[in-house]
Design a protein around this ligand. Sequence first.
Ligand code: T5A
Length: 217
Amino acid sequence: MSGLLITFEGGEGAGKSTQIPLLADHLKKCGFEVVVTREPGGSPGAEAVRHVILSGAAETYGPAMEALLFAAARSDHIDQKIRPALDAGQIVLCDRFIDSSRVYQGISGNLDQQFMQSVERITVAGTLPDLTFILDIPAEKGLARAGLRRGDEAADRFEKETIATHEARRQAFLAIARAEPQRCKVIDADRPVEMISAEIAALTDALLQSCEVTANG
Ligand code: T5A
């Protein structure tokens, strides 16, 4: 029995954490078992690494070090949480995954593509997303949303970077979607929440109809 891995990607404040519970509710109502998780984090070991990365403690050691820390967190997350859920036939909804490393470390960090590809291959060991939603929004609007949600808290390691960097990341996510149109669906995230969730639910339903994951209820 094999479940489905659905990942949500995109820039800061694009609405990933807003949309994931809505899709989870939809799928549960249809009788599926759903696991909601996030990166960096999702397992005790990976959550410990999350704190190190997002506090900026590793920034000074450069993007290769950060890429390896994200990979270490991902490896633990996959082993401890994602793969067992998939083996049990569940649907895993993950807030960020490999595409965030490709974009934030690979492109923004200007790391060698062969290095990034090797690290990714070893880290995921065959556990790849079946479907990826790339929530697309102009960087300035996404950052404004993230700022509103954060309130008085300080911006994290990545949020504090320039608009130009965030806009370049947006373009890098769109380039991944163009390169892998089968897996990646670009969602216009600059719309009302309900309109976005309806599109995401419809695309997920279409995938479920074409594969062997079945509802329990
Ligand atoms: N990272 C991560 C890497 O560099 N490499 C990696 O490999 C990985 C996995 C993680 C950081 O780590 C980096 C990327 C990130 O910088 P995080 O704290 O987990 O950071 O946060 P993010 O994933 O960036 O998520 P955010 O919380 O910033 O944004 P979301 O989840 O996309 O947005 P969300 O849903 O929280 O919404 C933000 C605000 O907007 C509102 C919400 O209510 C909320 O207030 N909102 C809307 N408002 C109007 N219309 C809509 N349609 C809205 N949708 C949401």
